[in-house]
Design a binder for this molecule. Structure first.
Ligand SMILES: *[C@@H]1O[C@H](CO)[C@@H](O)[C@H](O)[C@H]1NC(C)=O
Ligand SMILES: *[C@@H]1O[C@H](CO)[C@@H](O)[C@H](O)[C@H]1NC(C)=O
Ligand SMILES: *[C@@H]1O[C@H](CO)[C@@H](O)[C@H](O)[C@H]1NC(C)=O
Ligand SMILES: *[C@@H]1O[C@H](CO)[C@@H](O)[C@H](O)[C@H]1NC(C)=O
Ligand SMILES: *[C@@H]1O[C@H](CO)[C@@H](O)[C@H](O)[C@H]1NC(C)=O
Ligand SMILES: *[C@@H]1O[C@H](CO)[C@@H](O)[C@H](O)[C@H]1NC(C)=O
Ligand SMILES: *[C@@H]1O[C@H](CO)[C@@H](O)[C@H](O)[C@H]1NC(C)=O
Ligand SMILES: *[C@@H]1O[C@H](CO)[C@@H](O)[C@H](O)[C@H]1NC(C)=O
Ligand SMILES: *[C@@H]1O[C@H](CO)[C@@H](O)[C@H](O)[C@H]1NC(C)=O
Ligand SMILES: *[C@@H]1O[C@H](CO)[C@@H](O)[C@H](O)[C@H]1NC(C)=O
Ligand SMILES: *[C@@H]1O[C@H](CO)[C@@H](O)[C@H](O)[C@H]1NC(C)=O
Length: 779
């Protein structure tokens, strides 16, 4: 080991670029240090570093056992002693009163309090002498000159040039710069070869999901702070992955350190050593590199929803200044303030009385309002999601709900999320594209604002209702009942009937003798007239190749009729389940068409439309076999009188998503589920439920397809279908997409956008989890 020491010494000479380095000083047995008095520290030969006692800021009668930069006015601490008592307790910094003594005697270094009890010791025996090296490493050396223990081997939150962290070591941030307790972040050089940064749930050692990782499992070797100023991670094959790098010269003119700061960023700093460089560089630690790039985003992007507050404390939000000095700031939203200004990680509390849950709507509206907050979002803490809905309603629903603390509104999808306290993972970013509203007590000023607002709102609403009766103009026609009676020859030829009403065939007396399908809406209550007009307006504004066009309406007295273009090639029912199997390519075309139609309804039209009853009879085909979705936009009308019981289920056995049977919100994912069933039916040309099939295992297609997929026997699903077998890769892709759509948990199902991308082969399809949802969907 002696050569190693010599090497360090030589490197140190190089580092200084000077030949006047002092000889190393042996700290001999019998030496001691006390927090007060003449001997409070041992210096390195150059005096750059010291090992000993530092008074604690904020508690001057307490002292920290530490290594620090001795020539820097603020004596920046580079290492500090921690104890980890027996058991798995979190290590705590060694902070002792002035009566304590650190002694190097009888081959041991030991810190004892005034009653002689040991407070801290590296617990290595047979130490001959100690040295404070000019690298900042404090070492205990044996009689043979071998290094027995060093502060470099037991790092706290900082590493210095020439320091190397092998596998199985870690840096732990401080809680705040003046509190050396183990903080909220860890940089671990893991035994598995990965270099990883974790948020920690203090005061425990629990790690949340990583927010940065080198991704070198099995290949990583050590983290190196090279004396040339670079920090890099070396792999077993010698490759160096740059972490941070200082490009300052001359190298020897600067102090260096790299610290896992209390905010979770790992930063490398430099400080000018001599007056020569101080003329050019300010006398302060200057940032030269850091990871991760933006900790607010990095922590929020850590995979999965999880516990914890995020980069900042609960109810606060993180803002990152990437343009200046890479600083993070935690801030409170309006009407919230920090529990402790110095310890912002503790989060924020409201500065107003919480809302009583006994307030009626008027009282709640009089006392609270929603105030918008710019570019900030709390992506978690959602407990309710409404859609489609407008902003005014979104505000109202939060104000009147005593659980609701913030509401987030997304204009494009007309979705409103309600969030409850405590808010977590708050983040300020330019990319927040949503309206975020926070509930605050109404100020007297805004009281008058309210009255102005509400009168305006009323006016708008009136206009809106008025508007709906003149809404269609040229694009959608208004028919009289008489017109339609004539066009359908007295409603003679029935095309079909369903939950929403009966459909009749008809023909307009225009120059093209246009064929039409007239739907007579039944079971519509008087009070839903307004909704009828609103819904029809919505439907009338949808234009898509894969949706059946609404040509006109009739709204007379109790009669409500919808006039659609007529689809010559019938519905998917006849297309799929008759004697001759349609060509594979045609089925693919239909599948893609239905997917695009649904994508449009969910994400591309001005108001999101959830169909709620996707099934083969509602998929129509035109003369070119282009799939067109029918009956969309009716779900809301018909659901008005329904509850969450089985009788209220919109949708059809075999096609409905499991959440209809549960007391959870219905989202567009119900359509995704139904699409999954239809996709399997398109692949196999059979109905989902065929109880008369001899082989019981095949009687429910969703089960059977899953079984076939799991056993790698997709071919069984398309037995005797040469075209499909020729395209077996595509068949497999479609089945995988279907199984994703059929996930029990709605959030696990892909969006229709994702579905179309997967069907197109534009994205990789991960293996779908085994859906266990089929039983409930068949109840
Ligand atoms: C330090 O101690 C070692 C071992 O006892 C000895 O060889 C060396 O000369 C000492 N150095 C100084 C500067 O006293
Ligand atoms: C302080 O250290 C010096 C040199 O090691 C020693 O001579 C002196 O006795 C020490 N003073 C006290 C009070 O321990
Ligand atoms: C580890 O190294 C091997 C061989 O170079 C490579 O195949 C493997 O992908 C590496 N693993 C990671 C996580 O980089
Ligand atoms: C630092 O880099 C130099 C040159 O690349 C290399 O020779 C030296 O071993 C490195 N130091 C450490 C501690 O790895
Ligand atoms: C070392 O391993 C890494 C990770 O496996 C790999 O990316 C790199 O190409 C390898 N380098 C050499 C020189 O083999
Ligand atoms: C790592 O940093 C060194 C020194 O700044 C540079 O020469 C090298 O190209 C960097 N390597 C990579 C992969 O960026
Ligand atoms: C970062 O920059 C801002 C403004 O430039 C300054 O106020 C702040 O003190 C700096 N923070 C640090 C840690 O240097
Ligand atoms: C608001 O008005 C009420 C009565 O009108 C008054 O008592 C209260 O002090 C006012 N509050 C503020 C903040 O002006
Ligand atoms: C409310 O409306 C009245 C009349 O339009 C206007 O004079 C007053 O300033 C408005 N109040 C606020 C708070 O905007
Ligand atoms: C589909 O439409 C075409 C053209 O109108 C017609 O020739 C064909 O028979 C129709 N097929 C079915 C199944 O209705
Ligand atoms: C709607 O609900 C009410 C009360 O539950 C019931 O009396 C009425 O018959 C329902 N109407 C329809 C059309 O189901």
């Amino acid at each position: 080991m002696a050569p190693l020491l010599l090497l360090c010494f030589l490197q140190f000479l190089l580092l200084l670029g000077t030949s006047s380095a002092q000889a190393e000083i042996n700290i001999t047995l019998g030496s001691s240090l006390t927090p007060q008095g003449p001997n409070t520290s041992w210096l390195s030969p150059s005096g750059d570093f010291a090992f000993g006692f530092r008074p604690l800021e904020g508690n001057p009668s307490s002292y920290l056992l530490a290594v620090w930069f001795n020539k820097i006015p603020d004596k920046t601490v580079a290492w500090y002693a921690k104890t980890s008592s027996v058991g798995e307790d979190t290590p705590t910094p060694v902070e002792v009163p002035s009566s304590s003594v650190l002694r190097l005697t009888a081959g041991l270094l030991s810190l004892r309090d005034s009653s002689g009890d040991e407070v801290w010791s590296p617990r290595v025996p047979a130490v001959a002498y100690a040295r404070m090296l000019d690298t900042g490493d404090f070492v205990l050396v044996g009689a043979d000159g071998a290094k027995k223990w060093e502060t470099f081997g037991d790092p706290a939150d900082t590493i210095l040039p020439t320091q190397v962290l092998p596998l199985g070591t870690a840096l732990s941030s401080r809680l705040i710069s003046t509190d050396y307790s183990n903080g909220r972040f860890l940089l671990a050089v893991q035994r598995d070869g990965n270099l990883v940064m974790y948020p920690i749930a203090v005061p425990s050692t629990h790690q949340y999901d990583a927010y940065w990782a080198s991704g070198t499992v099995g290949n990583g070797s050590q983290l190196v702070f090279n004396e040339t100023g670079r920090v890099y991670f070396t792999l077993k094959n010698g490759t160096q992955i740059n972490i941070t790098s200082a490009e300052v010269s001359p190298i020897g003119e600067f102090f260096y350190r790299a610290t896992l700061d209390p905010d979770g960023m790992f930063r490398q700093y430099v400080y000018p050593k001599s007056t020569k460089t101080r003329n050019l560089w300010e006398s302060q630690w200057t940032l030269v590199g850091s990871i991760p790039q933006n900790i607010c985003n990095a922590i929020n992007n850590a995979k999965g929803a999880q516990a914890g507050s995020g980069a900042c404390g609960f109810n606060s939000y993180c803002s990152f200044d990437g343009t200046h000095n890479q600083t993070t700031k935690c801030e409170c939203p309006q009407h919230y303030k920090f529990f402790d200004e110095k310890r912002t990680y503790k989060g924020c509390k409201p500065d107003f009385e919480p809302q009583s849950c006994d307030l009626d709507e008027a009282a709640a509206m009089a006392q609270f309002e929603m105030s918008s907050i710019d570019r900030v979002d709390w992506p978690q803490s959602d407990y309710e999601e409404y859609s489609p809905i407008d902003l005014t309603e979104c505000r109202r629903l939060c104000v009147i709900d005593c659980f609701c603390a913030t509401a987030v509104f997304h204009a494009d999808t007309r979705t409103c999320w309600k969030k409850k306290l405590p808010l977590s993972y708050g983040n300020m970013a330019e990319s927040v594209q949503r309206t975020v509203l926070i509930k605050v007590p109404r100020s007297n000023n805004s009281q008058s604002q309210l009255s102005n607002d509400s009168s305006k709102w009323k006016k708008d609403k009136k206009y809106w209702i008025l508007g709906s009766s003149i809404l269609f103009g040229s694009s959608v026609l208004i028919f009289t009942y008489n017109d339609l009676d004539k066009a359908t020859c007295g409603f003679r030829e029935v095309l079909g009937s369903g939950a929403s009403g009966t459909v009749y065939k008809g023909q307009l007396q225009d120059e093209h003798a246009t064929s039409i399908a007239v739907k007579k809406i039944e079971k519509l209550q008087q009070e839903t007239e307004k909704e009828f007009m609103v819904e029809v307006q919505t439907i009338g504004q949808t234009f898509h190749k894969n949706l059946v066009r609404l040509l006109g309406i009739c709204n007379e007295g109790t009669d409500r009729l919808l006039v659609y273009e007529f689809m010559t090639n019938g519905s998917l029912n006849e297309f799929l389940f008759s004697d001759t199997r349609p060509h594979w390519s045609l089925r693919v075309q239909v599948a893609l068409g239905v997917a695009r139609g649904l994508l449009y309804l969910h994400e591309e039209c001005s108001t999101q439309i959830i169909h709620c009853d996707i099934k083969p009879p509602n998929i129509l085909l035109d003369e070119n076999f282009v799939a067109k979705i029918a009956d969309f936009g009716l779900a809301k009308l018909l659901r008005a009188n329904q509850t969450q019981t089985n009788t209220g289920i919109r949708g059809t056995r075999g096609y409905v998503a499991p959440e209809w049977f549960k007391n959870i919100a219905i989202t567009s994912k119900v359509d995704v589920y139904s699409f999954g069933v239809i996709l399997l039916e398109l692949v196999c040309c059979r109905r989902n439920v065929e109880l008369e099939i001899a082989d019981e295992e095949q009687s429910i297609l969703t089960y059977w397809a899953n079984d076939c997929y799991r056993c790698g026997r997709i071919d069984l699903l398309v037995e005797g279908d040469d075209e499909a077998n020729f395209n077996i890769k595509k068949v497999e892709r479609f089945v995988a997409v279907a199984l994703w759509c059929l996930q029990e948990e709605p959030t696990m199902r892909p969006t229709m956008l994702k579905v179309t991308q997967m069907l197109d082969g534009a994205v990789q399809i991960p293996t779908p989890p085994d859906p266990s949802s089929f039983i409930s969907s068949l109840q």
